[in-house]
Design a protein around this ligand. Structure first.
Ligand code: 5GP
Length: 181
């Protein structure tokens, strides 16, 4: 592998590990919804776009892909602020089997907000899928399909960014604290 960028401390999840796990998640989702007419995957921009692109191409059941974007305010350190909807879905999700696809769950505020917002639109069912979850105190937001649990530090790559950099790395790496403090 080529040299790691100087802002990165170490690779946490290799490209191979991620691809293997994404295939497993897709197989699990495909089996769980084998009897459904179709499922509705909702990717949360921007972080989930690479994960969702890989996940949906391994699904063996009919599916629709759409995106939402939210932003958090007042986030500083461990405290996550209010979440605001920036970009909404194009179509109603009423009577659909919905899976929300997130990059990472940290405090759980984002997923909780999206969960509540979309529940009101009366989908037939709603589940959540996240590539990563941080090991720490967080809201009790259930993640039905989880890729990996990681330690509580800032990670980049595979869709995750720092100030819009490192997003398209094929692996997930820890950002050195001095790079963002
Ligand atoms: P939560 O609302 O669960 O605290 O935060 C979720 C959102 O914060 C994620 O969707 C992601 O955008 C951002 N986030 C949390 N931790 C990280 C991290 O370690 N790296 C990156 N790039 N984004 C993170």
């Amino acid at each position: 592998m080529s040299e790691l960028h100087p802002d990165l401390a170490r690779v946490i999840l290799s490209e191979e590990e991620i691809q293997e796990r994404v295939k497993e998640l897709a197989a699990q989702i495909s089996a769980d919804y084998a009897d459904a007419e179709r499922i509705y995957l909702i990717g949360i921009l921007k972080g989930a776009f690479i994960f969702l692109a890989d996940l949906c191409r391994h699904l063996t059941i009919p599916h629709i892909v759409d995106f939402m974007s939210v932003s958090s305010y007042g986030r500083s350190g461990a405290v996550s602020g209010a979440v605001r909807l920036m970009l909404d879905l194009r179509e109603p999700i009423r009577d659909e089997h919905v899976i929300i696809v997130e990059d990472i769950v940290d405090t759980g505020h984002t997923l909780d907000y999206i969960n509540h917002t979309l529940q009101g639109r009366e989908p037939t069912s709603m589940r959540t899928c996240a590539l990563l979850e941080k090991k720490r105190e967080s809201l009790e937001v259930p993640v039905d399909y989880l890729g990996f649990t990681i330690p509580d530090f800032w990670v980049v790559g595979y869709g995750l960014d720092y100030a819009d950099t490192h997003r398209t790395l094929p692996f997930v790496a820890e950002l050195k604290p001095e790079a963002y403090q």
